[in-house]
Design a protein around this ligand. Structure first.
Ligand SMILES: Cc1ncc(COP(=O)(O)O)c(C=O)c1O
Length: 425
C-alpha cells in the first residue's frame, strides 16, 4: 500500500480512483437533483414500442420541416466571413451588441416599453437564462414559487440551487393569485424568504393555459408588495394561433420587479441554444457578474442579429403560426371524434402542448398502452413536484413535430390505448 511519503505508481493512482464512488464527492445539490426526464436533458423522448415509426409527441421542439436552414447558413457564413476578427474571438458575457439592439427593438414594440441593449443579456437557451437568474438571486433555503404543474427542466434548475420550491395551482386563467397570497403569508409567518415567482404566462408548458390580464396584474401587485421577483418565462410567447397573448408581465409592470426570459429555441430551432434575459439595467448587470461561461458564441449571436435585422424571424413566424394552429386543430378534432368519453381538455390558443385529462384509467397505463401502439408521450406527473402523488390523470401531448396526418391518426390509436388500459378488449 502507498503511504504519505511514497510516490504512487500510475497504476496505484488509477486504482484509488477506480474504487471511488462519484457520490462520495458530489455536491449536495447534485445528489438531490435526480435523473430528470429525457427532454430535461435535451434529448428526444422515447418509450418501448415495437412500432417501427411511432408518432412522437414527446418534447416541445419546432417542426423539423420549418427549420430555416438556408437563411441561418447564410447568416452564419456572413458572420464568420465578414467580420472574422470580431466573431471568432470572445465577445463578452452580455452578448453581441447588435443582437441585443435587435432584441431591444423587437421587444420594445411588442411589450410597449422602452428598452435598449443594456436591458438584455444572452444565455444558453432560456434554460441557461433561468440558471443565470438562480445563480444571481437564489441562496439555499430561499423559497421559489412555481405553478403546479410547471416545466420539469426549470423545476430541476431551481431545485439544483437548493431552493425550497412551493407550488401554486393554476386554472384556465392561469396561476391562482389568491391561493399564492395565502401561501406567501404562511411562508413569511414561518420566517422564510420568498425570493422568486416562476411563471410561464403564455401558452404554458405543460397545460397550454395563458394567464389573463387581470391575473397578471394581480400577480404583479402581490409580488411587488412582498418584494418577490417574477421570473417570466416567455418561451412560447411568439407561437400564437390567432390573437397575440395579453401584454407581458414585463410590459404591464414597465419592467419593475420582472426578469423575462426568452429563447430562439421555440420560434426557430432548439439547436441554436441561444436565449436571453430582459430586465432592468442594474439587474442585467448583476446577472453578468455571475455568468461564468465567458459568454455565448459571437458567431451565433451575430448571425441571429442579422436574422432579426432582416425581419426573417417575423417572416418565419408568419408561416409557423398557421402550421401549429392546423396541427393543434387536427389533434383536438381527432381526440374529440374518437375519444370523447375518455378525455377532457381545453384547446390552447398557442404553444406546442395539449394537456389531456384521462377519464377512467390512470395516465401511466394509457401512456404505456399508447407506446405499444406507436404513440409516444409523457405522463403529466412528470411536471409536478411530487410526481405521481400530485397527479395520476393527465398526459401531455406535444403536437409540434408530428405531421397533420399523424395527428389525425392519434384519436383512433388513443381510443385503442384507453380500451386496452381499461381491459375492455
Ligand atoms: C417553458 C420552457 N422554458 C424553458 C425551456 C428551455 O428551452 P431552451 O433552453 O431551449 O430555450 C423550455 C423547453 O422545453 C420550456 O418549455
Amino acid at each position: 500500500m502507498p503511504n504519505a511519503h511514497n510516490k504512487l505508481t500510475l497504476e496505484q493512482a488509477a486504482g484509488i480512483w477506480g474504487k471511488t464512488d462519484v457520490r462520495s464527492l458530489l455536491a449536495e445539490s447534485a445528489i438531490a437533483i435526480g435523473a430528470g426526464t429525457p427532454t430535461d436533458a435535451g434529448v428526444s423522448w422515447t418509450l418501448d414500442t415495437t412500432v417501427e415509426t411511432p408518432i412522437t409527441m414527446g418534447g416541445g421542439v419546432p417542426d423539423p420541416g420549418t427549420l430555416p436552414a438556408a437563411d441561418l447558413q447564410k447568416a452564419l457564413s456572413n458572420a464568420v466571413l465578414d467580420t472574422p476578427e470580431e466573431t471568432l474571438r470572445y465577445g463578452g458575457v452580455l452578448g453581441f451588441e447588435g443582437l441585443r439592439e435587435e432584441l431591444a427593438k423587437r421587444w420594445s414594440a411588442i411589450d410597449g416599453v422602452t428598452l435598449n441593449l443594456d436591458n438584455f443579456i444572452t444565455s444558453n437557451g432560456s434554460a441557461g437564462g433561468i440558471s443565470n437568474i438562480c445563480d444571481a438571486f437564489i441562496e439555499p433555503g430561499d423559497v421559489v414559487i412555481i405553478e403546479a404543474p410547471s416545466f420539469s427542466g426549470s423545476i430541476r434548475t431551481i431545485r439544483g440551487h437548493m431552493a425550497e420550491i412551493v407550488p401554486v395551482s393554476i386554472d384556465e386563467e392561469g396561476v391562482l393569485v389568491d391561493e399564492a397570497a395565502v401561501i406567501i403569508k404562511q411562508l413569511q409567518d414561518a420566517g422564510k424568504r420568498v425570493k422568486l415567482f416562476y411563471t410561464i404566462a403564455d401558452f404554458h408548458n405543460p397545460t397550454g393555459v395563458t394567464m389573463s390580464t387581470r391575473r397578471r396584474e394581480a400577480l404583479i401587485d402581490l409580488c411587488a408588495r412582498n418584494q418577490i421577483l417574477i421570473m417570466e418565462d416567455a418561451a412560447y410567447a411568439d407561437i400564437y394561433f390567432g390573437e397575440a397573448p395579453p401584454p407581458s408581465l414585463y410590459g404591464l409592470a414597465n419592467g419593475q420587479g420582472i426578469l423575462k426570459v426568452g429563447t430562439f429555441s421555440k420560434p426557430i430551432a432548439t439547436g441554436l441554444r441561444i436565449g436571453w434575459i430582459q430586465g432592468r439595467e442594474d439587474f442585467i448587470d448583476a446577472l453578468g457578474r455571475v455568468k461564468y461561461d465567458m459568454g455565448n458564441s459571437p458567431v451565433l449571436l451575430r448571425a441571429l442579429g442579422e436574422y432579426l435585422e432582416k425581419k426573417l424571424l417575423d417572416k418565419h413566424l408568419e408561416t409557423m403560426r398557421p402550421l401549429y394552429k392546423d396541427k393543434c386543430e387536427a389533434l383536438c378534432e381527432s381526440l374529440e371524434k374518437y375519444c370523447s368519453q375518455y378525455v377532457r381538455f381545453v384547446k390552447p390558443d398557442g404553444g406546442f402542448f395539449l394537456w389531456v385529462e384521462c377519464i377512467g384509467p390512470k395516465a401511466r397505463e394509457v401512456m404505456e398502452q399508447a407506446a405499444l401502439l406507436g404513440l409516444i408521450f409523457p405522463v403529466g406527473a412528470n411536471f409536478f413536484l411530487e410526481q405521481e402523488k400530485d397527479d395520476t390523470s393527465h398526459i401531455r401531448l406535444a403536437f409540434s413535430t408530428a405531421s397533420v396526418d399523424e395527428l389525425r391518426r392519434v384519436g383512433p390509436l388513443m381510443r385503442e390505448a384507453f380500451v386496452r388500459a381499461l381491459g375492455e378488449s
